[in-house]
Design a protein around this ligand. Structure first.
Ligand code: F6R
Length: 256
């Protein structure tokens, strides 16, 4: 894992944007995995401002609520179109978001996995992290080998996400999410976290044991992971000084 600590959320998003932009420039027909939530908003704003060419890019989102109409203001479909896709030249047919309204959820999850596979796999997966360590909506105790499927949100995640819905009762209980096994097959993972409320989950994920009690900790077993943090999200890390030194002394050929 490469831990990149930046002074502010803005600077952390800037590093993340450079990583994604490099992926798009190096492989214009790349496959990106994308996340929603408050964390990647700055990243998406920066990517839009870079005026990159998205015409060959294929995307797969991590998750979607079950039962929200596509056009619902809080659906992840709406989120992605409003905050990224409508501002770039992506081809609509190349956008994939799990279908939270499918008649047959297991079948549509299997189709989603097959589409990722036939697109050649995900080159770069953007991840956020829940305060309980979830990635995608793989809540603690999720199978570390799981594939795209239905999951039930924990009370804590529903509480965390109530800020977007206005009240906790309005947050759906069920979601479709890529599995941890799916995420682990991405060629590269980029986890972005900002804010003090993420410090505990990040410390456990980066420096704790690999455990399904903090699903993000599985990333310790992935060969290519960058974790981009602001100071607040990094504040629980015991080896922060070491990570800072490593980043500040990267050989030129490794620099972003
Ligand atoms: C969203 C997702 C989730 C979020 C996580 C953090 O697509 O996969 O894992 O990344 O819940 O959400 P925010 O950024 O809103 O704190």
């Amino acid at each position: 894992m490469e831990i990149i600590i930046q002074a502010t959320p803005e600077a952390a998003a800037d590093v993340a944007a450079r990583i994604v932009a490099r992926q798009l420039r190096e492989k214009p027909a790349c496959v990106l995995g994308l996340a929603t939530g408050i964390t990647p908003l700055l990243l998406y704003q920066k990517l839009i401002a870079l005026h990159l060419d998205w015409s060959g890019v294929t995307t797969f989102n991590l998750d979607e609520y079950i039962g929200l109409p596509r056009g619902h203001p809080q659906s992840y479909h709406t989120f992605m179109w409003e905050n990224l896709f409508k501002h770039v030249n992506i081809v609509a047919e190349n956008v994939h978001i799990p279908d939270g309204n499918a008649q047959n959820i297991p079948e549509s999850c299997a189709t989603y996995e097959a589409r990722i596979h036939s697109a050649g796999g995900i080159d770069l997966q953007v991840l956020g992290i829940g305060t309980d360590g979830h990635i995608g909506f793989n809540e603690p105790t999720s199978s570390l080998a799981s594939r795209t499927r239905i999951k039930t949100l924990t009370p804590r995640t529903r509480q965390d996400n109530a800020r977007y819905f206005g009240s906790e009762e309005d947050v759906p209980h069920h979601v479709v999410t890529m599995g941890i096994g799916t995420i682990m097959e991405a060629k590269q993972n980029l986890l972005l976290a900002t804010g003090q409320h993420k410090a505990h989950a990040i410390a456990e994920a980066v420096e704790g044991p690999v455990t399904s009690m903090n699903p993000a900790s599985i990333l310790q077993l992935h060969p290519r992971v960058k974790v981009t943090l602001d100071e607040a999200a990094a504040s629980g890390l015991q080896r922060a000084e070491y990570y800072r030194w490593v980043y500040d002394h990267k050989p030129d050929w490794q620099a972003l």
